[in-house]
Design a protein around this ligand. Structure first.
Ligand SMILES: Cc1ncc(C[n+]2csc(CCOP(=O)(O)OP(=O)(O)O)c2C)c(N)n1
Ligand SMILES: [Mg+2]
Length: 310
């Protein structure tokens, strides 16, 4: 029998403030996983540190709660060790774009088949509301003693420049539309990013649900012919200027939906297969590590020449 979204919930008590956008995002992930009928045993959700990263406890899977900003390298190692797993990164704007910014860029360059879901509330929620990397300059939220003096990152353009092959934006309280975007990100073969606009009713009293709901609209509603797919370099040349124009739009109007999906680029897994044929059918996680209780790789011999073993 197909799984329902209820099957992806866990027993853990959800520790978020009333009205937090994280609830909507969590629900859309549950629903996306159910519609894709993903086996929780083959699902790995990796989170960093932050309110949003706690989602790893609220979704059934073989999940990992890592340290601040390091969810992407941990997820990359898991996916490369066993490419059959569905690997999803969850975390906040601070975790993924601030302290983890270098790793975020590296994943785009690699194009590993991982979906990154940014819970973007523009503040450091867990540590009581400091300015996050997506908070616009001169905005003064209630937790800041002075207005924000730093400029903000545009996550979509950063992803585009880094080489992500699927780039989208969703809104936390539009659960069903977000569910469809998350589903497409998981199904995409390559590095996918979804920037999810998320009100933080406790600390961000500027980007509230009213603020967002006055501004957001869907690319497809404005232009029913909108098609983010890139199937050739010629299609890229024709579509890229309009895609970048839409990515730049963030003010009185904020577009949502799938901006870009490059179907032409190979993944790192494909490149590994070219370099070492057999990698995909026999990835590291499936190789024997011992025969007759004797390890095939002896850790001391492995490190013999290194300073690690004296
Ligand atoms: C190395 C390190 N530096 C700083 C912190 C403190 N810290 C914990 S969570 C966090 C930021 C959380 O913001 P975000 O990632 O946007 O998640 P949110 O809570 O808003 O969902 C910070 C700075 C930490 N845990 N580890
Ligand atoms: Mg945040």
């Amino acid at each position: 029998m197909a799984r329902s979204w209820l099957d992806y919930r866990t027993e853990a008590w959800v520790q978020w403030c009333p009205g937090c956008g994280d609830f909507g995002i969590l629900n859309s992930i549950h629903k996306a996983l159910a519609e894709l009928d993903i086996d929780p045993k083959r699902l790995v959700i990796v989170g960093g540190i932050g309110c949003s990263s706690r989602s790893v406890y609220y979704i059934r899977g073989s999940n990992v709660h890592t340290i601040h900003g390091r969810s992407i390298p941990v997820a990359s190692g898991i996916k490369l060790a066993n490419p059959e797993l569905t690997v999803i990164v969850v975390g906040g704007d601070g975790d993924i774009l601030g302290i983890g910014g270098g790793h975020f860029i590296a994943l785009g360059r690699r194009n590993i088949d991982i979906a990154v879901l940014i819970f973007d509330n523009a503040v450091y929620g867990l540590t009581k509301g400091q300015a996050g990397p997506t908070l616009p300059v001169w905005v003064k939220t209630k937790a800041l003693p002075y207005p924000n003096v730093q400029g903000n990152i545009n996550p979509l353009l950063l992803a585009f420049a880094s080489g992500y092959t699927f780039i989208a934006r969703g809104y936390a309280y539009h659960v069903n539309q977000l569910k469809d975007i998350v589903k497409a990100a998981i199904q995409h073969k390559g590095s996918a990013v979804v920037d999810i606009l998320q009100p933080c009713p406790t600390y961000n009293d500027y980007m509230t649900s009213e603020w967002y709901e006055k501004r957001i609209y869907y690319l497809k509603d404005e232009d029913p012919t909108w098609d983010p797919a890139i199937r050739s370099i010629d299609e890229y040349r024709v579509k890229a200027p309009r895609i970048v124009e839409k990515m730049l739009e963030f003010g009185d109007r904020i577009p949502l939906g799938i901006f870009y999906q490059d179907l032409t680029r190979e993944t790192l897994e494909d490149r590994f297969e070219k370099l070492t044929p057999g990698y995909l059918s026999s990835p590291p996680a499936k190789r024997p590590i011992s025969v007759d209780s004797k390890p095939l790789v002896h850790p001391f011999k492995l490190f013999k020449d290194k300073v690690l073993v004296t």
